[in-house]
Design a protein around this ligand. Structure first.
Ligand code: ZN
Length: 367
């Protein structure tokens, strides 16, 4: 380059290249949520494992997690913020404080012709996945939340919580007698109750896998990882030429935090990392895929107070067994990643995802 062409490059071409990279829209989005995974949870993973997949993310942001009226959020309000782009009250599932449904990134993805999927280690009617696909003012109404899975054309559902879809043995009301699995079958879903059956599913199937009655067994008590489940979901979603939106939740990271159980916490973080690795490997291989990792809140005021220099034998302590208001990380890799740097409220994660899927999407100021 002579001096003149170099000048043209720096003045005209380089800014447009940077602009294009920052505003590039991904074809596929994989959103991974570590429930309760505050920054120190990530610190522990990175200190313990030199090759932690968290190190592969090139853009990092920090999200403020408070709900609309409470400094300390629960999973329902935080997942609603991420799923809809609006803050709400604790316990509300994709619903505003006037009981209006809040439109979710999953509903919009379906409208745009993307395939959609959720993979969780808790119940699929749990607050986090529920906020992406259903609407309710009370996260505990799991039977009603289960019914709403029939209202959306989600393509892959993998997790626990079978008992909310099957007739209950001790029926207290007519509702308990409803067999939602029959209705799911008539909607074209293949139903799976164990990992081996799911493993044999073919890529064109619509999948509904209810792998346990409640949450899945903790990771050390099952012979498949969240990464294995994520791979299976990708097998079903990746063929769509318009792309897909997949949400993966490491639900039991939070449960370990509430229990103040260090071994449980570290093994669930390892399990979550298997999914991170699968997602980022997929994005590297296929391109056109944004991988986002975040959390709904921190649990337990967890901190690392001692340990050996190589990260072995970490001494981990908890302040209490509740959620806290600490920042959570937002780790981004792929087209559009630059949007996720900085410090911002968690509902902006949802807004950024809406805009990456659909540049013309407008938010109303009514909520
Ligand atoms: Zn919790």
């Amino acid at each position: 380059m002579n001096r003149f062409t170099r000048l043209i490059f720096f003045l005209l071409i380089l800014p447009s290249l940077i602009f294009a990279q920052e505003n590039e829209s991904p074809k596929n989005i994989i959103l991974l949520i570590g429930d309760g995974m505050g920054l120190n949870y990530v610190s522990a993973d990175v200190l313990k494992h030199n090759n932690s997949p968290f190190k592969r993310f090139s853009t990092v942001g920090l999200a403020i997690t408070k709900s609309i009226d409470d400094l300390i959020t629960d999973s329902a309000a935080a997942a609603t913020a991420i799923a809809t782009g609006y803050p709400t009250k604790n316990r509300y599932i994709a619903m505003d404080t006037s009981y209006n449904k809040l439109y979710t990134i999953f509903e919009h993805a379906e409208k745009l012709g993307l395939l959609t999927g959720v993979v969780v280690t808790g119940e699929i009617v749990g607050a986090t996945p529920a906020a992406f696909v259903t609407h309710h003012y009370n996260r505990s109404e799991k039977r009603e939340i289960a019914e709403q899975f029939l209202n959306i054309d989600i393509d892959v559902v993998i997790g626990g919580g079978a008992k909310y879809f099957l007739p209950s043995d001790s029926s207290h009301s007519d509702k308990d007698k409803i067999n939602l699995v029959d209705e799911l079958k008539s909607k074209g879903y293949n139903i799976y109750y164990d990992f081996n059956g799911l493993f044999k599913s073919v890529s064109s199937d619509k999948v509904f896998a209810l792998l346990d009655d409640e949450g899945l067994p903790e990771t050390v008590k099952r012979d498949y990882s969240l990464g294995d489940l994520t791979s299976l979901a990708l097998k079903h979603l990746a063929a769509n030429e318009k792309g897909f939106l997949l949400m993966v939740e490491g639900a039991q990271i939070d449960w370990a935090g509430h229990d103040e159980n260090v071994n449980y916490l570290l093994s669930e973080m390892d399990d979550f990392s298997t999914a991170l690795k699968v997602a980022i490997d997929f994005a590297e291989k296929e391109g056109n895929t944004l991988v986002l990792v975040t959390a709904d809140h921190e649990t337990g005021g967890m901190t690392i107070t001692d340990g050996s220099f190589d990260g072995e034998n970490l001494k981990i302590e908890f302040l209490n067994s509740h959620h806290t208001a600490g920042f959570v990380g937002v780790f981004a890799y792929g087209p559009g990643e630059k949007l996720f740097g900085g410090i911002y409220e968690n509902y902006l994660i949802g807004r950024k995802i809406f805009h990456l899927m659909d540049e013309s999407y407008q938010f109303s100021s009514n909520h």
